[in-house]
Design a protein around this ligand. Sequence first.
Ligand SMILES: [Zn+2]
Length: 83
Amino acid sequence: MMKKRQVVVKRITGGSSTRNIRYVECQKNHAANIGGYAVDGCREFMASGEDGTTAALTCAACGCHRNFHRREVDGGEVVSESP
Ligand SMILES: [Zn+2]
């Protein structure tokens, strides 16, 4: 009698729904503490770490949290990551 083996394949990915969403200009005001307004000029968010880590939410270019970057939702463009 043969036993059937059940193979469960679980894919552990970042799981984030980054589809059609990208983070562009950094809008953090670096001069807020002196009552001015100055951004660091970062044009696009680049994760400084892998998805799922806190570093993924920190911009590698300017060091600000992703929340400071303007979120842009694309209509058609789909950025797919190659495995
Ligand atoms: Zn920044």
